[in-house]
Design a protein around this ligand. Structure first.
Ligand code: ASP
Ligand code: MG
Length: 403
């Protein structure tokens, strides 16, 4: 018998028929003798709709009321789900965040869970009943409703799994796991059986969105094993776990890409201390995230070029900020919006030399020019022309034997 936290995403509970199907899935687990706590998202589209309504009232809608409003989506699902379980003869009730309580701190609309009172929940589960808990919501120390940021029901599920001492956490969604790359651009993509938290975080930050990154981080810190599965198939899914539990046959576990980057180059900036800080200060102050950065070696010790990437949506603002930054002199500013970042990720590369060489050779054989390279311990990223994204992904996928 295991103790499991099972979370259903919005598409898995999108209508009452799907809620009933999901409830049947829980019944199967109960009949196998498992103890289960259910965490639910709002029904697909509901949260977006509520956000839209709040904006119709006021573009800058009061954040405390925003949380009270958005929390209603998950509250509705939790009641429907619990009702569906009862219909199947399973003892169940919904537990709203304030009834548990799940206490949060931080900004409204973007709070973090700090504690979950589990004594009553545990007692309830030990009596064989199934609590259905709305994800995404909590309560502040001032007894106001709070929410955890978009996609935050993952965070609720992971935190509950940790606090209840669950054996693992299952995330039911509309894809049947994490893939070696996006199957939509490479049909040879394969489902990954096991992936480490670190790799999953890299994949997520590079565009493979299966789970909220913050929740993966939290799972890593607390060593909570996660299974990502689809409600629509019986397939095995992907296990996200500590790398100690994984033996790496492949050096590279996945190829990820993002197509929403832009590149800015400042030519002829002074080569002296303080210049780089001067470039990035206004970007940081305006919450613009800089990703890859390259500074060329200056040939005359006087002038150099600096190139970096940002999100495409921040391009216009970044250029404006750089143009009016005091004491920042450059000869020319140029940009390229048609760029994509393609990355190979794999914990196996720590112990295998030659990975970078294979990556660059494979790209050159496909006539793909590299603009910028950046690396971390378990990842190598290159910036290329956006038109070459698919070609690069397919080539690297095959080079690293992921096909
Ligand atoms: N319903 C919330 C959202 O759509 C939370 C979640 O689904 O995880 O962002
Ligand atoms: Mg969701």
């Amino acid at each position: 018998m295991s103790k499991i936290v099972v979370k259903f995403g919005g598409t898995s509970v999108a209508n009452t028929e799907r809620i009933s199907n999901a409830a049947r899935l829980i019944k199967e687990k109960i009949s196998k003798g498992h103890q289960v706590a259910v965490v639910v998202s709002a029904m697909a589209g509901v949260t977006n709709d509520l956000v839209k309504k709040s904006k119709e009232i006021d573009e800058k809608f009061d954040l405390q009321e925003y949380d009270a409003l958005l929390a209603s989506g998950e509250q509705a699902t939790s009641a429907l789900f619990s009702g569906a379980l009862k219909k199947l003869g399973i003892k169940s009730r919904s537990w709203q965040a304030w009834q548990i309580p799940i206490v949060t701190e931080g900004f409204h609309s973007n709070s973090r869970i700090v504690s979950i009172e589990t004594e009553r929940l545990n007692k309830y589960m030990n009596e064989g009943e199934v609590p259905v808990i709305p994800g995404f919501q909590g309560i502040t120390s001032e007894m106001r409703l709070s929410t955890l940021g978009r996609g935050g029901s993952d965070a609720s599920a992971v935190a509950l799994a940790k606090c209840l001492g669950a054996d693992y956490c299952e995330i039911y969604t509309d894809v049947d796991g994490v893939y070696t790359t996006n199957p939509a651009i490479n049909p040879k993509a394969k489902k990954i059986e096991k992936i480490s938290y670190e790799e999953m975080l890299e994949m997520a930050s590079l565009g493979a969105k299966v789970m909220q990154s913050y929740s993966v981080q939290n799972a890593m810190m607390n060593n909570v094993d996660i299974y990502v599965r689809s409600t629509f198939t019986n397939n095995e899914g992907t296990k996200i776990t500590s790398d100690q539990k994984i033996s790496y046959e492949n050096v590279v576990s996945g190829v990820a890409y993002s197509k929403d980057d832009a590149k800015i180059t400042l030519e002829g900036v002074d080569d002296r201390p303080g210049v780089a800080a001067n470039i990035f200060e206004p970007l940081y102050k305006n919450n613009i995230n800089v990703d890859m950065i390259v500074q060329n070696i200056s040939l005359d010790q006087k002038k150099t070029d600096v190139t970096f990437t940002i999100k495409r949506e921040d391009l216009k603002k970044s250029i404006e900020l750089l143009n009016k930054q005091p004491n920042l002199k450059f000869e020319k500013i140029s940009f390229d919006e048609k760029v994509a970042k393609v990355s190979i990720i794999g914990a196996g590369m720590i112990t295998h030399p030659g990975v970078a060489f294979r990556m660059f050779k494979s790209l050159s054989e496909n006539n793909i020019n590299i603009m910028i390279i950046s690396t971390s311990e378990i990842k190598i990223s290159v910036l290329i022309n956006e038109d070459n994204t698919q070609k690069a992904v397919v080539a690297l996928h095959s080079e690293f034997k992921l096909d």
